[in-house]
Design a protein around this ligand. Sequence first.
Ligand code: NDP
Ligand SMILES: Nc1nc2c(c(=O)[nH]1)N=C([C@H](O)[C@@H](O)CO)CN2
Length: 236
Amino acid sequence: MPDSSAPILITGAGQRVGLHCAQRLLEEGHRVIFTYRSERPGVQTLRDLGAIGLFADFSSEAGILVFIETLKTHTESLRAIVHNASEWLAETPDSEAEAFTRMFNLHMLAPYLINLHCGELLRRSTPADIIHISDDVTRKGSSKHIGYCATKAGLDNLTLSFAARYAPAIKVNGIAPALLLFNPDDDAAYRAKALAKSALGIEPGSEVIYQSLRYLLDNPYVTGTTLTVNGGRHVK
Ligand SMILES: NC(=O)C1=CN([C@@H]2O[C@H](COP(=O)(O)OP(=O)(O)OC[C@H]3O[C@@H](n4cnc5c(N)ncnc54)[C@H](OP(=O)(O)O)[C@@H]3O)[C@@H](O)[C@H]2O)C=CC1
Ligand SMILES: Nc1nc2c(c(=O)[nH]1)N=C([C@H](O)[C@@H](O)CO)CN2
């Protein structure tokens, strides 16, 4: 059974992948602290399961720093930090810079500042992990989500730097998924096109990320690695 004394922090867990992973961590005996930006049914679900929910908006430096201070009033240690919160924004006319800045803050500045300011909380747990949820698309770039892809690529680089900085006390790894879950407004044509991009051709759902998370949490000899979970897009 995992050591349930130090909680796991997972960001953006009010829905979809984050909610699923938080629920699975709770099922397996971990204490969980999660962040949410919007009040959703999943937020109450996690509270009812005993998790601590903290509001956080990582779209600005101020919001990130306020969260860090709030977190430290709720725990003196952390088993792991899972940086899951994300926005998948395409380029839209006249809002390119605003969207880029939001995603830079969310995908890079928040993990950077949280990792730096919470290193001591992680050092009070053995083992200790940081896990960045990135995106397989960083392998080749994206013509339609340029800012998203660039900021996720920056997150991949943070994995390398923090792995070097925090070894051997804290393992730092990434998970780079391709399609996991469609969004409600994805039409049939989009869904067929997306499924055709991978060798395995499925919409796997959130459990494949929990399986990857479990592997990284349990394996004492993996750091500085980003796991590709992409259905074989790279061999298609
Ligand atoms: N879904 C997929 O197919 C794929 C997902 N990924 C990655 O996997 C992870 C999980 O994906 P998915 O579950 O679809 O993610 P979502 O798009 O559902 O986003 C997760 C959460 O991030 C939170 N969030 C967004 N912006 C902010 C912000 N400024 N401050 C704080 N929280 C914020 C949202 O909170 P709220 O709802 O409270 O506003 C949301 O619930 C993400 O990192 C994503 O990039 C990678 C490839 C494919
Ligand atoms: N924060 C999010 N990031 C991503 C999402 C999402 O819904 N939220 N979705 C995708 C797509 O599924 C893409 O992988 C399909 O090719 C990517 N990132």
